[in-house]
Design a protein around this ligand. Sequence first.
Ligand SMILES: Nc1ncnc2c1ncn2[C@@H]1O[C@H](COP(=O)(O)OP(=O)(O)O)[C@@H](O)[C@H]1O
Ligand SMILES: [Mg+2]
Length: 245
Amino acid sequence: MLAVEGLEVEYGKVRALWGVSFRVDRGETVAIIGPNGAGKSTILRTIAGVLRPAGGRIAFRDREIGGLAAHQVARLGVALVPEGREVFPAMSVVENLLLAGRLQRDRARVRETLEWVYDTFPRLAERQRQAAATLSGGEQQMLAIARALMADPHLLMLDEPATGLSPLVVDRIFEVIRALGARGATTLLVEQNVHLALEVAARGYVLERGRVILAGDAPRLLDHPLIREAYLGLPAAGPGQGGGG
Ligand SMILES: Nc1ncnc2c1ncn2[C@@H]1O[C@H](COP(=O)(O)OP(=O)(O)O)[C@@H](O)[C@H]1O
Ligand SMILES: [Mg+2]
C-alpha cells in the first residue's frame, strides 16, 4: 500500500529526516513511535504532500507520490488527521462531516459513510447540529477522525490521537482504531504513547532524531529491552527472559 524509502526532509537548512524507510501493507495498522521532535509529524506531513521531500521515495499503491500537492495526495485516497485536530469550529458536526465527504462523488455512498461514521461515533450522531467548537476535546478528536473517514481513504494517518485527552476518551479512540483495523482499514499511527500504539498495531518503527533505529512486530517491540527501559520504564528483561528465572 505504502512504501517509503530513504526519505529525507529538511526545514530550510535543517535536516529533520535522515533516510527513513518503512512500509504499510494493505489492511495493516502500523505505528511509528518515538520521542517529541523525532520527526514523526514530519513523516506524515511529507506523505500527505504538505512538505516536499529533499530525497527518497514515497510509493503509494505503486505510484510515486513524493512531491505531489496535498490535494492530489488526498484525491488518491490518503487522509491525515493532524496533531491538534483540525475541525471547522463554527460549523456543525454534520456540516463538518459532509464537507469532508465532498471528495466522494456518489451521494448515496456519502449517506452510507455518514451512517457508518455515526454508528462508530454515537456521540457525534447525538451532537449533529452542534457547532464543532462546543464539543469536548475528545469529541473533537472523534470528529477529526470521522472527517478523515468520510473521504473513504485507502490509507488513514493519525498524528498522536491520544494527546491531551483523558484516559477514558483515549481508550474509546483506540477502540475505534482497533475496530477500523478489524474492518480491514489500513492505518499509519504516530504516537508517543508506546504502549497504546503497540497494542493496536501489528508492527512498529522506532524513530529517534530523524532515523529509524528499531523495527519489528508489535509484540516483539513491546518485549525489546530498549523499548521496555527507555519507553515503558520497565526492567530490560521481561518475565521468562534472561537469568533463567
Ligand atoms: N516548521 C518547522 N520549521 C523548522 N523546524 C521544524 C518545523 N517543524 C518541525 N521542525 C523540527 O523538525 C524536527 C522533527 O519535528 P516533528 O516532525 O514535529 O517531530 P515529532 O512529531 O516526532 O515530535 C524537530 O527537530 C523540530 O524542531
Ligand atoms: Mg508530532
